[in-house]
Ligand binder design. Structure first.
Ligand code: PMP
Length: 360
Protein backbone atom coordinates (compact mmCIF):
# COMPACT_ATOMS: atom_id res chain seq x y z
CA UNK A 1 0.00 0.00 0.00
CA UNK A 2 1.51 3.33 -1.08
CA UNK A 3 0.96 6.37 1.13
CA UNK A 4 0.82 10.03 0.13
CA UNK A 5 4.36 11.02 1.09
CA UNK A 6 4.93 14.74 1.73
CA UNK A 7 8.61 14.38 2.66
CA UNK A 8 10.89 17.32 1.85
CA UNK A 9 13.63 14.95 0.71
CA UNK A 10 14.49 12.27 0.08
CA UNK A 11 11.04 12.63 -1.40
CA UNK A 12 8.48 10.49 -3.16
CA UNK A 13 9.36 9.30 -6.64
CA UNK A 14 7.00 8.56 -9.53
CA UNK A 15 5.37 5.16 -8.98
CA UNK A 16 5.97 4.16 -12.60
CA UNK A 17 9.69 4.82 -12.19
CA UNK A 18 9.90 2.69 -9.04
CA UNK A 19 8.04 -0.13 -10.75
CA UNK A 20 10.27 0.04 -13.83
CA UNK A 21 13.42 0.02 -11.67
CA UNK A 22 12.08 -2.89 -9.61
CA UNK A 23 11.24 -4.91 -12.71
CA UNK A 24 14.82 -4.80 -13.97
CA UNK A 25 16.66 -4.75 -10.68
CA UNK A 26 17.98 -8.30 -10.83
CA UNK A 27 18.67 -8.39 -14.56
CA UNK A 28 19.47 -5.06 -16.16
CA UNK A 29 19.51 -4.84 -19.96
CA UNK A 30 19.98 -8.60 -20.24
CA UNK A 31 23.32 -8.45 -18.43
CA UNK A 32 22.34 -10.98 -15.78
CA UNK A 33 23.31 -8.34 -13.21
CA UNK A 34 21.57 -5.41 -11.61
CA UNK A 35 22.61 -1.87 -12.46
CA UNK A 36 23.94 -1.74 -8.89
CA UNK A 37 26.45 -4.45 -9.73
CA UNK A 38 27.97 -3.38 -13.04
CA UNK A 39 31.22 -1.48 -13.56
CA UNK A 40 30.80 2.24 -14.07
CA UNK A 41 33.35 1.94 -16.86
CA UNK A 42 31.52 -0.83 -18.70
CA UNK A 43 29.81 0.14 -21.94
CA UNK A 44 26.30 -0.38 -20.52
CA UNK A 45 26.73 2.04 -17.66
CA UNK A 46 28.68 4.57 -19.75
CA UNK A 47 25.74 4.55 -22.19
CA UNK A 48 23.26 4.86 -19.32
CA UNK A 49 25.06 7.95 -17.94
CA UNK A 50 25.26 9.49 -21.42
CA UNK A 51 21.52 8.93 -21.90
CA UNK A 52 20.73 10.58 -18.56
CA UNK A 53 22.87 13.59 -19.48
CA UNK A 54 21.33 13.85 -22.96
CA UNK A 55 17.82 13.72 -21.49
CA UNK A 56 18.67 16.38 -18.90
CA UNK A 57 20.03 18.61 -21.66
CA UNK A 58 16.89 18.05 -23.74
CA UNK A 59 14.35 18.49 -20.93
CA UNK A 60 16.02 21.61 -19.45
CA UNK A 61 17.25 23.09 -22.73
CA UNK A 62 20.92 23.14 -21.71
CA UNK A 63 23.20 24.52 -24.43
CA UNK A 64 26.49 23.02 -25.61
CA UNK A 65 28.41 25.74 -23.79
CA UNK A 66 27.51 24.12 -20.46
CA UNK A 67 29.00 21.04 -18.84
CA UNK A 68 26.73 18.68 -16.90
CA UNK A 69 28.46 17.00 -13.95
CA UNK A 70 27.23 14.13 -11.79
CA UNK A 71 28.92 14.62 -8.41
CA UNK A 72 28.65 13.45 -4.81
CA UNK A 73 28.68 15.23 -1.47
CA UNK A 74 25.18 16.65 -1.90
CA UNK A 75 24.26 20.26 -2.41
CA UNK A 76 26.08 20.95 0.87
CA UNK A 77 29.32 19.82 -0.76
CA UNK A 78 28.76 22.48 -3.41
CA UNK A 79 28.52 25.20 -0.75
CA UNK A 80 32.29 24.62 -0.40
CA UNK A 81 33.05 23.42 -3.93
CA UNK A 82 31.72 26.58 -5.58
CA UNK A 83 34.13 28.95 -3.80
CA UNK A 84 36.97 26.48 -4.47
CA UNK A 85 36.17 26.44 -8.18
CA UNK A 86 35.16 30.01 -8.88
CA UNK A 87 37.24 32.22 -6.58
CA UNK A 88 40.70 33.12 -5.38
CA UNK A 89 41.22 33.90 -1.68
CA UNK A 90 40.01 37.40 -0.84
CA UNK A 91 37.66 37.68 -3.84
CA UNK A 92 34.32 39.37 -3.41
CA UNK A 93 31.17 37.26 -3.69
CA UNK A 94 27.57 38.45 -3.50
CA UNK A 95 24.66 36.59 -1.94
CA UNK A 96 20.92 36.93 -1.49
CA UNK A 97 19.82 35.43 1.84
CA UNK A 98 16.29 34.10 1.77
CA UNK A 99 16.50 31.24 4.25
CA UNK A 100 18.46 28.59 6.04
CA UNK A 101 20.00 27.06 2.90
CA UNK A 102 21.20 30.44 1.61
CA UNK A 103 22.65 31.06 5.07
CA UNK A 104 24.62 27.82 4.97
CA UNK A 105 26.05 28.67 1.56
CA UNK A 106 27.03 32.09 2.95
CA UNK A 107 28.78 30.52 5.95
CA UNK A 108 30.77 28.21 3.68
CA UNK A 109 31.96 31.16 1.57
CA UNK A 110 32.97 33.05 4.70
CA UNK A 111 35.00 30.05 5.90
CA UNK A 112 37.05 30.29 2.71
CA UNK A 113 38.17 33.83 3.44
CA UNK A 114 36.05 35.53 0.80
CA UNK A 115 34.71 39.04 1.06
CA UNK A 116 31.05 38.15 1.35
CA UNK A 117 28.36 40.75 0.69
CA UNK A 118 24.78 39.87 1.51
CA UNK A 119 22.91 42.19 -0.85
CA UNK A 120 19.48 41.37 0.53
CA UNK A 121 18.90 39.76 3.91
CA UNK A 122 15.40 38.39 4.36
CA UNK A 123 16.24 37.21 7.89
CA UNK A 124 14.76 40.65 8.67
CA UNK A 125 11.33 39.35 7.61
CA UNK A 126 11.91 35.98 9.30
CA UNK A 127 12.44 34.50 5.84
CA UNK A 128 8.90 35.04 4.66
CA UNK A 129 9.61 36.83 1.37
CA UNK A 130 12.07 37.43 -1.45
CA UNK A 131 13.74 40.78 -2.17
CA UNK A 132 11.91 42.85 -4.79
CA UNK A 133 13.45 42.63 -8.26
CA UNK A 134 15.79 45.58 -8.73
CA UNK A 135 16.04 46.31 -4.98
CA UNK A 136 19.68 45.19 -4.79
CA UNK A 137 22.74 45.97 -6.85
CA UNK A 138 25.36 43.36 -7.69
CA UNK A 139 29.01 44.42 -7.27
CA UNK A 140 30.51 44.47 -10.79
CA UNK A 141 33.73 42.92 -9.41
CA UNK A 142 31.99 40.03 -7.62
CA UNK A 143 33.09 36.52 -8.65
CA UNK A 144 29.43 35.52 -8.67
CA UNK A 145 25.98 36.20 -7.23
CA UNK A 146 24.58 33.21 -5.34
CA UNK A 147 20.93 32.71 -4.49
CA UNK A 148 18.50 29.94 -3.60
CA UNK A 149 15.53 30.02 -6.01
CA UNK A 150 13.49 27.85 -3.64
CA UNK A 151 14.09 27.65 0.10
CA UNK A 152 12.94 24.19 1.16
CA UNK A 153 12.42 24.96 4.85
CA UNK A 154 10.71 28.34 4.65
CA UNK A 155 8.77 27.57 1.46
CA UNK A 156 10.00 30.79 -0.16
CA UNK A 157 10.48 30.86 -3.93
CA UNK A 158 11.68 33.60 -6.26
CA UNK A 159 9.12 34.59 -8.89
CA UNK A 160 11.89 36.01 -11.08
CA UNK A 161 15.54 35.44 -12.02
CA UNK A 162 17.78 38.03 -10.33
CA UNK A 163 19.60 40.40 -12.69
CA UNK A 164 23.36 40.05 -12.25
CA UNK A 165 24.68 41.77 -15.38
CA UNK A 166 28.00 40.25 -16.42
CA UNK A 167 28.53 38.68 -12.97
CA UNK A 168 27.88 34.90 -13.13
CA UNK A 169 24.63 33.90 -11.46
CA UNK A 170 24.89 30.78 -9.27
CA UNK A 171 21.72 28.99 -8.10
CA UNK A 172 21.02 26.24 -5.57
CA UNK A 173 18.06 24.62 -7.34
CA UNK A 174 17.90 21.56 -5.07
CA UNK A 175 14.19 21.86 -4.38
CA UNK A 176 12.96 23.50 -7.59
CA UNK A 177 14.91 21.95 -10.48
CA UNK A 178 12.62 20.31 -13.08
CA UNK A 179 9.52 21.86 -11.47
CA UNK A 180 9.04 24.39 -14.29
CA UNK A 181 10.90 25.66 -17.37
CA UNK A 182 13.90 27.87 -16.63
CA UNK A 183 16.19 29.85 -18.91
CA UNK A 184 19.49 28.08 -18.26
CA UNK A 185 21.34 30.73 -20.27
CA UNK A 186 20.78 33.24 -17.50
CA UNK A 187 23.00 31.19 -15.19
CA UNK A 188 26.72 30.63 -14.76
CA UNK A 189 26.14 27.61 -12.55
CA UNK A 190 23.15 25.59 -11.38
CA UNK A 191 23.43 22.86 -8.78
CA UNK A 192 20.95 20.55 -7.11
CA UNK A 193 20.90 17.58 -4.81
CA UNK A 194 18.88 14.90 -6.59
CA UNK A 195 16.73 13.71 -3.72
CA UNK A 196 13.66 15.87 -4.41
CA UNK A 197 12.78 16.06 -8.10
CA UNK A 198 15.58 13.99 -9.62
CA UNK A 199 15.94 10.70 -7.79
CA UNK A 200 17.70 9.24 -4.77
CA UNK A 201 20.17 11.02 -2.51
CA UNK A 202 23.86 10.60 -3.23
CA UNK A 203 23.81 12.37 -6.60
CA UNK A 204 24.34 16.11 -7.01
CA UNK A 205 23.91 17.59 -10.49
CA UNK A 206 26.04 20.60 -11.45
CA UNK A 207 25.43 22.51 -14.68
CA UNK A 208 28.31 24.91 -15.27
CA UNK A 209 29.11 27.32 -18.11
CA UNK A 210 32.36 26.39 -19.79
CA UNK A 211 34.03 29.76 -19.30
CA UNK A 212 33.90 29.17 -15.52
CA UNK A 213 35.85 25.91 -15.68
CA UNK A 214 39.40 27.18 -15.51
CA UNK A 215 39.31 29.16 -12.27
CA UNK A 216 39.73 26.41 -9.63
CA UNK A 217 42.16 26.93 -6.78
CA UNK A 218 45.09 24.48 -6.90
CA UNK A 219 43.97 22.84 -3.64
CA UNK A 220 40.42 22.12 -4.87
CA UNK A 221 39.47 18.52 -3.94
CA UNK A 222 39.74 16.66 -7.23
CA UNK A 223 36.31 15.01 -6.96
CA UNK A 224 34.84 18.51 -6.82
CA UNK A 225 37.11 20.09 -9.41
CA UNK A 226 34.71 20.97 -12.22
CA UNK A 227 37.32 21.03 -15.00
CA UNK A 228 38.83 17.72 -13.91
CA UNK A 229 35.42 16.11 -13.54
CA UNK A 230 34.24 17.50 -16.88
CA UNK A 231 37.36 16.13 -18.59
CA UNK A 232 36.64 12.70 -17.06
CA UNK A 233 32.88 12.68 -17.89
CA UNK A 234 32.23 12.77 -14.11
CA UNK A 235 34.13 9.49 -13.75
CA UNK A 236 37.33 10.61 -12.09
CA UNK A 237 36.17 8.22 -9.39
CA UNK A 238 33.19 5.89 -9.05
CA UNK A 239 30.04 7.95 -9.66
CA UNK A 240 26.76 7.34 -7.77
CA UNK A 241 25.67 4.83 -10.39
CA UNK A 242 22.19 4.03 -9.12
CA UNK A 243 21.33 7.72 -8.80
CA UNK A 244 22.46 8.44 -12.36
CA UNK A 245 20.44 5.47 -13.63
CA UNK A 246 17.32 6.58 -11.78
CA UNK A 247 17.76 10.17 -12.92
CA UNK A 248 17.54 8.89 -16.50
CA UNK A 249 14.30 7.10 -15.73
CA UNK A 250 12.81 10.15 -14.02
CA UNK A 251 13.76 12.42 -16.92
CA UNK A 252 12.06 10.01 -19.31
CA UNK A 253 8.97 10.18 -17.08
CA UNK A 254 9.10 14.00 -17.16
CA UNK A 255 9.52 13.99 -20.94
CA UNK A 256 6.68 11.52 -21.48
CA UNK A 257 4.42 13.65 -19.28
CA UNK A 258 5.00 16.66 -21.54
CA UNK A 259 8.27 18.09 -20.21
CA UNK A 260 8.77 21.05 -17.90
CA UNK A 261 5.77 22.99 -19.23
CA UNK A 262 3.53 20.11 -18.18
CA UNK A 263 5.34 19.90 -14.81
CA UNK A 264 4.70 23.62 -14.30
CA UNK A 265 0.98 23.23 -15.08
CA UNK A 266 0.71 20.32 -12.70
CA UNK A 267 2.68 22.05 -9.94
CA UNK A 268 0.79 25.31 -10.30
CA UNK A 269 -2.52 23.50 -9.98
CA UNK A 270 -1.40 21.68 -6.82
CA UNK A 271 0.00 24.83 -5.21
CA UNK A 272 -3.09 26.90 -6.05
CA UNK A 273 -5.35 24.24 -4.56
CA UNK A 274 -3.41 24.01 -1.30
CA UNK A 275 -2.70 27.73 -0.76
CA UNK A 276 -6.26 28.54 -1.82
CA UNK A 277 -7.61 26.17 0.80
CA UNK A 278 -5.25 27.44 3.53
CA UNK A 279 -6.07 31.11 2.84
CA UNK A 280 -9.82 30.49 2.78
CA UNK A 281 -9.87 28.31 5.90
CA UNK A 282 -9.29 30.87 8.65
CA UNK A 283 -7.94 27.96 10.75
CA UNK A 284 -4.73 27.26 8.83
CA UNK A 285 -2.20 29.85 7.74
CA UNK A 286 0.92 30.20 5.60
CA UNK A 287 3.32 33.03 6.53
CA UNK A 288 4.91 33.64 3.13
CA UNK A 289 4.23 36.73 0.98
CA UNK A 290 1.94 35.71 -1.87
CA UNK A 291 4.47 36.57 -4.61
CA UNK A 292 7.13 34.40 -2.93
CA UNK A 293 5.20 31.24 -2.17
CA UNK A 294 6.89 28.01 -3.13
CA UNK A 295 5.22 25.57 -5.51
CA UNK A 296 7.23 22.76 -3.94
CA UNK A 297 7.23 23.27 -0.15
CA UNK A 298 4.17 24.58 1.65
CA UNK A 299 4.68 25.29 5.36
CA UNK A 300 1.51 25.90 7.33
CA UNK A 301 0.30 26.33 10.89
CA UNK A 302 -3.02 25.73 12.53
CA UNK A 303 -4.76 28.12 14.91
CA UNK A 304 -4.08 25.72 17.79
CA UNK A 305 -0.31 25.03 17.75
CA UNK A 306 -0.73 22.58 20.62
CA UNK A 307 -2.51 20.20 18.24
CA UNK A 308 0.47 19.87 15.85
CA UNK A 309 1.50 16.46 17.13
CA UNK A 310 -2.10 15.23 16.94
CA UNK A 311 -2.40 16.56 13.40
CA UNK A 312 0.75 14.78 12.25
CA UNK A 313 -0.18 11.51 14.00
CA UNK A 314 -3.72 11.45 12.64
CA UNK A 315 -2.52 12.38 9.16
CA UNK A 316 0.01 9.54 9.25
CA UNK A 317 -2.72 7.12 10.31
CA UNK A 318 -4.77 8.35 7.34
CA UNK A 319 -1.88 7.60 4.93
CA UNK A 320 -0.56 11.17 4.67
CA UNK A 321 3.05 11.00 5.85
CA UNK A 322 5.99 13.29 6.68
CA UNK A 323 3.92 16.41 7.33
CA UNK A 324 5.84 17.68 10.39
CA UNK A 325 7.48 21.05 9.74
CA UNK A 326 11.27 21.36 9.79
CA UNK A 327 12.56 20.89 13.33
CA UNK A 328 13.80 24.49 13.40
CA UNK A 329 10.44 26.09 12.58
CA UNK A 330 7.78 23.65 13.81
CA UNK A 331 4.24 23.62 12.47
CA UNK A 332 3.60 21.53 9.37
CA UNK A 333 5.02 21.40 5.88
CA UNK A 334 3.72 19.64 2.80
CA UNK A 335 6.37 19.08 0.14
CA UNK A 336 4.60 18.58 -3.17
CA UNK A 337 7.33 17.87 -5.71
CA UNK A 338 6.76 16.71 -9.29
CA UNK A 339 5.89 13.15 -8.30
CA UNK A 340 3.03 14.20 -5.98
CA UNK A 341 -0.22 13.95 -7.93
CA UNK A 342 -3.07 16.44 -7.53
CA UNK A 343 -5.06 13.63 -5.87
CA UNK A 344 -2.47 13.53 -3.07
CA UNK A 345 -2.92 17.25 -2.45
CA UNK A 346 -6.69 16.82 -2.58
CA UNK A 347 -6.46 14.00 0.00
CA UNK A 348 -4.47 16.34 2.25
CA UNK A 349 -7.05 19.12 1.83
CA UNK A 350 -9.85 16.67 2.68
CA UNK A 351 -7.98 15.59 5.81
CA UNK A 352 -7.30 19.21 6.82
CA UNK A 353 -10.97 20.07 6.30
CA UNK A 354 -12.04 17.19 8.52
CA UNK A 355 -9.39 17.99 11.17
CA UNK A 356 -10.58 21.60 11.34
CA UNK A 357 -14.21 20.47 11.61
CA UNK A 358 -13.34 18.28 14.58
CA UNK A 359 -10.93 20.67 16.32
CA UNK A 360 -11.54 24.21 15.05
N1 PMP B 1 19.94 23.34 -0.53
C1 PMP B 1 18.61 23.16 -0.45
C2 PMP B 1 17.70 24.20 -1.04
C3 PMP B 1 18.10 22.03 0.18
O1 PMP B 1 16.78 21.84 0.26
C4 PMP B 1 19.00 21.07 0.72
C5 PMP B 1 18.52 19.79 1.37
N2 PMP B 1 17.28 19.75 1.84
C6 PMP B 1 20.37 21.32 0.62
C7 PMP B 1 20.81 22.45 -0.02
C8 PMP B 1 21.37 20.36 1.19
O2 PMP B 1 21.40 19.26 0.38
P1 PMP B 1 22.22 17.95 0.74
O3 PMP B 1 21.55 17.32 1.90
O4 PMP B 1 22.12 17.17 -0.54
O5 PMP B 1 23.61 18.37 1.03
Amino acid sequence: MRVHNFSSGPAMLPFEVLEAAASELSDWRGSGMSVLEVSHRGKDFVACAAEAEALLREVMGIGDNYKVLFLQGGASGQFDAIPFNLTAAGDRVDFLNTGQWSAKAISAAKRQGLEVSVLADQADSKYTDTPAAGSFEVHPDAAYLHYTPNETIGGVEFGYIPESGSVPLVADMSSTILSRPIDVNRYGLIYAGAQKNMGPSGLCVVIVREDLLDKARPNTPSVWNYAAMAAADSMLNTPPTFGVYLLGKILQWVKDAGGLTAMADRNRAKAEALYGFIDASGYYSNPVATDSRSWMNVPFRQAKDELDKTFVAEATAAGLTNLAGHRSVGGMRASIYNAMPLEGVQALIDFMTDFERRNG
